[in-house]
Ligand binder design. Structure first.
Ligand code: SF4
Length: 372
């Protein structure tokens, strides 16, 4: 008997892991057992094997920037240190010229392949602001993919326009939006949302807007922000709501579990959450993401932004196959004082090589740009 089989047989989660090795996905109850188990190393061993079966020893990343186009927001999420109310001294909104200058610099210096566009829920911005930005980027920088706007930002634009979210997505797509990031879901369980982001769209609305995007031909990422007030049951529910939508539409390209960073947030000031979830929990979430989504959502990202490069290297052996992006210009997580919120591509390449993997640079749609 191999060492891995022996270890699996003696573990309380052994049957679940054995099933995973034979292509049988954990049920929601299995997922809760995994979340309650301390056998993180064993989960990682199996999740890492599933990942290597599919990708070999190869890890992808994308050269990108984040364009946090406005910090003006009326949604007041308790986990957010980034936003400012309309009229605040520190409020900002980038102009079209500023957006062009940032994308041009990033293209000239780094040959970026993606601009990740995220901002606050700014009631002063009509849809033309977004249409002009997307059209400009796609026309002037045709190799740069436009990955932008969370489902909740789309909902805000639709409300400003007094239009449906479907019509809004359709117009945004026509102007150059190519894919939708998974932000705004946090944990797709309404009692959790009521505590951390009571003014944000509900879980069903998030899922509906994502489904509309998928059906209109826009692929997306799915994310989860864990490590605040949620229970293991809530996390499992989140995993399986996304799985159910994916079974229907096949629209998610990747899943990214983020740990909540409490510094400078209301949740910390109110002493609801005093510290982050940490590295062990990250590895568990990455491993469970692979076990739950293997064969369903193609890519699991390493989530270096809130956990650092060293943890990302470990995550790549616990089920992640994609490092994520360089995220030049990130301003949301940096407001929590997180250590590193941008990386050079060389740093990513080096850290992938350090663990003996091949490095693939990819574009917005996970197509190979080149091998390094
Ligand atoms: S997370 Fe987004 S929606 Fe919530 S307050 Fe921050 S900027 Fe606004």
């Amino acid at each position: 008997m191999s060492q891995i089989t022996e270890q699996i047989h003696s573990s309380e989660i052994g049957d679940i892991l054995e099933n995973s090795l034979h292509g049988k996905r954990p049920t929601i109850d299995d997922c809760i057992m995994l979340l309650e188990s301390d056998d993180v190393f064993l989960m990682g061993l199996v999740a890492g094997k599933l990942t290597q079966n599919q990708f070999g020893k190869k890890v992808s990343f994308v050269n990108n920037i984040i364009l946090n186009y406005t910090n003006v927001c009326i949604t007041d999420c308790k986990f957010c240190a980034f936003y400012r109310p309309p009229g605040d001294n520190e409020a900002y909104t980038l102009t079209l010229d500023q957006i062009e200058a940032r994308v041009k610099t990033a293209w000239d210096l780094f040959k970026i392949r993606q601009v990740l566009i995220q901002g606050g829920h700014n009631p002063n911005l009509g849809i033309e602001y977004y249409e002009d930005a997307f059209r400009m980027i796609r026309t002037k920088f045709p190799k740069v993919g436009v990955h932008g706007l969370s489902a909740s930002e789309i909902d805000m634009i639709a409300r400003v326009e007094k239009s449906s979210t479907k019509e809004t997505i359709s117009r945004l797509k026509d102007s150059g939006l190519q894919s939708v990031p998974g932000a705004g879901s946090e944990i797709l369980v309404d009692p959790v949302k009521k505590i951390i982001s009571p003014k944000k769209i509900s879980s069903d609305e998030w899922l509906r807007i994502m489904e509309e995007a998928h059906l209109l031909g826009l692929p997306a990422s799915a994310t989860m922000m864990y490590g605040h007030v949620e229970s293991v049951q809530d996390i499992a529910e989140h995993f399986y709501k996304i799985a159910a939508l994916q079974e229907k539409t096949k629209g998610f390209m990747a899943f990214i579990p983020w740990s909540f960073e409490p510094n400078n947030t209301l949740l910390q000031k109110e002493s609801t959450v005093n510290f982050g979830a940490g590295g062990m929990q990250l590895l568990k979430m990455i491993a469970i993401s692979r076990l739950v989504y293997d064969g369903l959502i193609p890519h699991i990202q390493s989530s270096w932004l809130t956990n650092g490069v060293g943890m990302a290297q470990l995550a790549l052996q616990y089920g992640a196959d994609d490092f994520g992006g360089t995220l030049i210009g990130e301003e949301v997580v940096s407001c929590t004082g997180a250590r590193s919120t941008e990386l050079t591509s060389q740093r990513i390449i080096d850290s992938i090589r350090q663990i003996g993997y091949q490095v693939e640079e990819r574009d917005n749609f996970y197509n190979t740009v080149c091998m390094h």
